[in-house]
Design a protein around this ligand. Structure first.
Ligand code: MN
Length: 254
């Protein structure tokens, strides 16, 4: 059984093709998220033939204000992928000022997902967890939400679980006190590993998808399970999460 990295930015690595090749050679499942709709087509070229690298269509909340004009492009590309991300809200000091625009952008993205029949969505929520859950609750047909690096309070984790959310967790999150207590509130059958590389780091350098082993080890340590058991559990979780039918459209096939 192969390793899974459910949230990484392949296109932002120093050598995206070498990083993608390494993950493909390891047989990994990788969800390669993007930060702007205009990056989608180029990033999809990193899906090495025969690999299990999948590209998500994104519009990062930190770029919502400067890139909201790309929403029509987002809408036109939705039929080409089963995956959306990175999208979400960021309420940290540096980005709080654009929360109104971020909210409008995310609402529109969720309604585009709903109209398209639902997507697997990788969501950012730093400093805005409750507001994010409000938006997800308002659009239940958007699809399956995976909350990435969700270090919110246990009661918000609980609320997210009741809404049906999934959680992708990395070694840095699990190494922090708040991250650990959030993890403890997450249902084990809705957890998946991630690196968030190259922003996520391992031993002080940008994490490559193969570095996701650090997340597996910490999950195993916290759940009292060995690597094989964690690998089996994550594989089971991924099979439950992913859509059973691939999205194939005339445009994607052309
Ligand atoms: Mn990210």
């Amino acid at each position: 059984m192969a390793l899974i990295d459910l949230h990484c930015h392949l296109d932002l690595h120093e050598d995206p093709f070498a990083t993608a090749d390494e993950a493909a050679a390891a047989g990994m499942y990788v969800l390669s998220v993007t930060t702007t709709p205009s990056a989608f087509k180029g990033t999809r070229r990193l899906e090495r033939p025969g690999s299990r690298i999948r590209t998500a269509l994104g519009l990062h909340p930190e770029l919502a204000e400067s890139r909201r004009r790309e929403l029509p492009l987002f809408r036109s590309l939705i039929c080409e992928t089963a995956y959306v991300g990175e999208v979400g809200l960021d309420g940290s000091r540096a980005h709080r000022g654009s929360l109104k625009v971020q909210t409008e952008v995310l609402s529109e993205i969720l309604s585009i997902c709903a109209e398209a029949g639902g997507r697997v969505i990788s969501l950012h929520s730093r400093g805005a967890a409750a507001a994010l859950l409000d938006l997800l609750e308002a659009e239940p047909r958007a699809g399956r939400s995976v909350l990435h690096w969700f270090s919110a309070t246990p009661s918000l984790v609980d609320r997210a679980s009741r809404l049906g959310c999934w959680f992708s967790v990395g070694s840095q999150m699990l190494g922090s006190r708040t991250g650990r207590s959030a993890f403890e509130a997450m249902p084990a059958h809705r957890i998946l590993p991630e690196t968030d590389g190259p922003f996520g780091t391992v031993a002080g350098r940008p994490a490559r998808p193969t570095d996701v082993t650090a997340a597996y080890d910490m999950i195993g340590q916290f759940l009292g399970q060995d690597r094989d058991a964690v690998v089996a559990m994550m594989t089971r979780n991924l099979r439950t999460l992913l859509p059973s039918q691939p999205v194939v459209t005339p445009e994607a096939a052309a």
